[in-house]
Design a protein around this ligand. Sequence first.
Ligand code: B12
Length: 212
Amino acid sequence: MQAQDILASLEKAVITGNKADSIKFAKESLDSGVKALDAIDKGLVKGMTIVGDKYAKHEYFLPQVLLAANAMYGGLDILLPHIPKEDAGKKVIGVIGVVEGDVHDIGKNIVKTMLTAAGLDMHDFGKDVPIENFVNSVKGDKASLIAMSTLMTPTMDGMKAVVDGLIENGDRMKVKIIIGGAPTSQPFADDIGADWHAINAQEAVKKVKGAM
Ligand code: B12
C-alpha cells in the first residue's frame, strides 16, 4: 500500500469510527516507513477535523463523535510511542492539562507527547483540571512551564483565572504559560497575560524550545 493510501485509510477509520482499522493502518504506516507524526497529522487529525465539521453541520451527533474519538485513540496508542525523542540534558519541568469544565483531551495528549519527545519532563494533570492545581504547580511540581488546553468557549475564562491566581501567589514571573485549543488565539493569550499561544503541537514545541 502507498503512503498516500495508508494516510487516507487512517483518515477514513476516524471518520467512520472504526477503531480496528485505525489500529491496523497505524501499524501499517509504521511498517511502511511513514513517519508517526505524519500518520497522526495527515491521517488521524485530518479525519477528526472532518468529524468536527460534520458535527457542526449536524450531519454527525455525539455518538458518532465518541466513536471517532475512540478510533483516534486506537491509532494514537500505536503511533505516539514512535515519535522520536530528544535527550535534552537537564530537563525543564512542565505541567499540562485541560482546564476545568472541559473533557476534550485528544489534542492535549498530542501536545504532551510532543513536548515530552522534545525533552521536557511533562506532568499530566489530565482533563477537567481545577484552577488551583495549575496555580499550585510552580510550588508543588516545581513547574517552569504551564500548558493549558481548552476546546470550549465557556471554559476559556479558566485560563485567565490560572494566570490571575499565579499573579496573586507571586509565582507568575517564575513560569512560562502556553495555551492552545481551537477557541484560543495569540490575542487571547496576550489579553489574559499568558506568554504564548500555539495552533498545534509542532508550533508548541517550536515556541517552548526556542525560549526555554
Ligand atoms: C472529539 C470531540 C468530542 C469528544 C471528546 C473526546 C475526548 N476524549 O477528547 C466528546 C464526544 C466526549 C465531546 C464532548 C463534548 N463536546 Co466536543 N468535540 C469534539 C470534536 C469533534 C473534535 C475535538 C478533537 O479531538 N480534535 C482533534 C484534536 C487533535 O485537535 P485539538 O483538540 O484541536 O488539538 C490540537 C490544537 O487545538 C492544539 N492544542 C490543543 N490543546 C492544546 C494545548 C496547548 C498548550 C497547545 C499549545 C496547543 C493545543 O494542538 C492540538 C494538536 O495539534 C470538536 C470539534 C472540533 N472541530 O474541534 C467538538 C467540540 C470541541 N465539542 C463541542 C461541544 C459543545 C461538546 C459538548 C459540550 C457536547 C455536549 N452537548 O455534551 C461535550 C463537552 C463536555 C465537556 N464538559 O467537556 C464544541 C465546543 C463549542 C465551543 N466553542 O464551546 C465543538 C467545537 C463542536 C462544535 N462545533 O460545536 N466532544
